[in-house]
Design a protein around this ligand. Structure first.
Ligand code: GLA
Length: 568
């Protein structure tokens, strides 16, 4: 590329590089390394509260197969609170009610949770279980349909309980916070200790347990939950429950899920800087198909979870899904947005007064974005329908032309210059896939590596720093592709601190002898303000554990020079 071309690009994307700037083609050399994707499945809580038993799970597992949901990726059957009422034997082993959890096949013993796991595995599905980080659980404080029962948490028994879950064969564990909250425990400390108990159980049994942290966003888990306690993949709740359980035929049957609360959970789940390399924000189990939301609202809900790259955990009774609900839950093109291999979260690229928003999720095919045009105006607003426009510049796409398709409808809408406009009714959204030309990223080499010995612990840390400048027209978030090498058999981890922001932790899966790449999104300080600001990306790892980062590629989420309308 000519020097002139290089400078043009530099001005166009509005990012000055203080370290080393090289112009490169968008076809980067390193191969994208696979990362764990957000889990998909079903959970018992929303529709069965704490009266879950073996029969409920058998019926739901059968329904997951009969509906074909397993064919589009749903796999976990997660048993939530109520499976265990706090009883332990003289060796402190968990004891369950043999009537609720009977033998399911010849030779099995009633009261053994491995029965239901075997059943679920026999259908080709995976099994999840639930506990609390505290001594008591939610069943003590707010038992919903059951009686109040104490000692339903794992505190004091972490090693024993998580080993038991793995021995039973469970593949997934959700750890709640009712007891931990009551005791004023520090979630970052407790959940790290639990992660270590899980790692030990995995080492002993050779069985993986996926880790779901459920402390409702308290103490900002997005700042400590990625890789907490050394876990290589996890999810963490970012808010309270969308709805209290709605159990058919019970005193709770009259409850209703609310669209407004679902939107609020979506908002609270957006932390793009923490969602990367296999770590995910969890805005809660979905309420799609439960009483309260219309079919159109269910679609908006699914679109929001898909652009969030959120765990897709269904809360509705799978034996009762309407055709419309099933179609909403199983649209392959929409699920593909959620399960995209980059594992990134959408960022808001435009917001207009009155609740009109444009969201963009970067997808793994170069030049591809999932775009949501969201009209959040409610019934009290004078806005009944509104035109919403997404411009290619707002998506960080170069070139004037891009094609647009509608994943819900499975339709190609054609090729459009500069932008696309749709009319969106209030309380509704339009989901699009835009395919355009990726803008050329800037390659940035590390500043000279520093090694610092930390006083006290005496531990040596390896650090690599990359310096970039945000300009006045940048979006707050930029996508960064990291080219690195990790010859080990397991992921290496680095803590990333951008300026003085809270740190996050990035996983670098094995690359063999070759070079690989993973993607993250960073919040640029000073973006969108008049004064361009320097940003330092500092990766640090315990010495000997550091992946070698060869370079990073900065992909702006906006091309400077777009129309200046709107606020962010
Ligand atoms: C909390 C969690 C829910 C569910 C219930 C069980 O409220 O957030 O998802 O697990 O506890 O009591």
């Amino acid at each position: 590329m000519s020097k002139r071309g290089c400078m043009t690009t530099k001005v166009a994307i509005g990012v000055a590089i203080t370290a080393v700037l090289l112009c490169v083609s968008a076809n980067l050399r390193a191969q994208k390394i696979a990362i764990p994707l957000p889990p998909m499945g079903w959970s018992s809580w929303n529709s069965f509260s704490n009266i879950v038993d073996s029969q409920v799970i058998v019926d739901q597992a059968k329904a997951m197969i009969a509906t074909g949901m397993h064919k589009v990726g749903y796999q976990y059957l997660n048993i939530d609170e109520g499976w265990w009422l706090g009883q332990r034997d003289e060796h402190s082993n968990i004891v369950v009610d043999p009537k609720a959890w009977p033998a399911l096949a010849p030779g099995e013993r009633a009261g053994d949770m491995s029965n239901i796991v075997r059943y679920i595995h026999g259908l080709g599905l995976k099994a999840g279980i639930y506990t609390d980080a505290g001594r008591d659980g939610c069943g003590t404080f707010s038992p919903d349909l059951g009686p109040s029962y104490p000692n339903e948490g794992s505190e004091g028994h972490y090693q024993q309980d998580f080993l038991q879950f793995a021995k039973w064969g469970f593949d997934y564990v959700k750890v709640d916070w009712c007891g931990g909250n009551k005791e004023n425990l520090d979630p970052a400390v407790q959940y790290a200790e639990i992660a270590r108990a899980i790692a030990r159980a995995e080492a002993i049994t050779g069985h993986r347990l996926y880790y779901s942290i459920c402390n409702w966003g308290k103490q900002s888990p997005w700042t400590w939950a990625p890789n907490v306690g050394g876990v290589t993949a996890d999810i963490w709740r970012t808010s309270g429950d969308i709805v209290a359980p709605i159990v058919a035929g019970s005193k709770n049957a009259g409850r209703r899920a609310s669209f407004k609360k679902m939107l609020s959970n979506f908002d609270q789940g957006i932390h793009p800087e923490a969602q990367q390399t296999g770590f995910y924000n969890d805005p809660d189990m979905m309420v799609i198909g439960m009483p309260g939301l219309t079919d159109a609202e269910n679609r908006v809900h699914m679109s929001l979870w898909a652009i969030s790259g959120a765990p897709l955990l269904v809360g509705a009774d799978l034996t009762q899904l309407s055709d419309a609900t099933l179609a909403t839950l199983t649209n392959p093109a929409v699920i593909a947005i959620d399960q995209d291999a980059l594992g990134l979260q959408a960022v808001k690229v435009r917001a207009e007064v009155g609740g009109l928003e444009v969201w963009s999720k970067r997808l793994s095919k170069p030049g591809e974005r999932a775009v949501l045009l969201l009209n959040r105006a409610d019934d009290s607003s004078s806005i009944v329908v509104a035109p919403l426009t997404v411009s290619w510049k707002d998506l960080g796409l170069a070139g004037s032309s891009a094609t647009v398709s509608a994943p819900w409808e499975g339709k190609d809408l054609g090729s459009f210059d500069e932008h696309y406009t749709a009319t969106v009714p209030r309380g509704d959204a339009v989901l699009l896939i835009v395919r355009g030309t990726e803008a050329k990223p800037n390659r940035i080499l590390p500043s000279p590596t520093t090694k610092a010995t930390h006083e006290g612990s005496g531990a040596t840390q390896s650090e690599q720093t990359f310096s970039i400048k945000a300009s006045a027209c940048d979006q707050p978030f930029a996508a960064v592709q990291i080219e690195y090498k990790n010859p080990d058999a397991s992921a290496r981890i680095a803590e990333l601190r951008v300026n003085e922001q809270d740190a996050t932790r990035i996983a670098f899966p094995p690359t063999g002898a070759a070079q690989g790449s993973v993607w993250i999104q960073v919040r640029l300080s000073g973006a969108g303000t008049a004064a361009a600001a320097s940003n330092n990306l500092r990766f640090s790892s315990a010495s000997g554990q550091a992946s070698k980062i060869d370079s990073i590629f900065l992909h702006p989420n906006e091309i400077c020079g777009g129309n200046g309308a709107g606020t962010r």
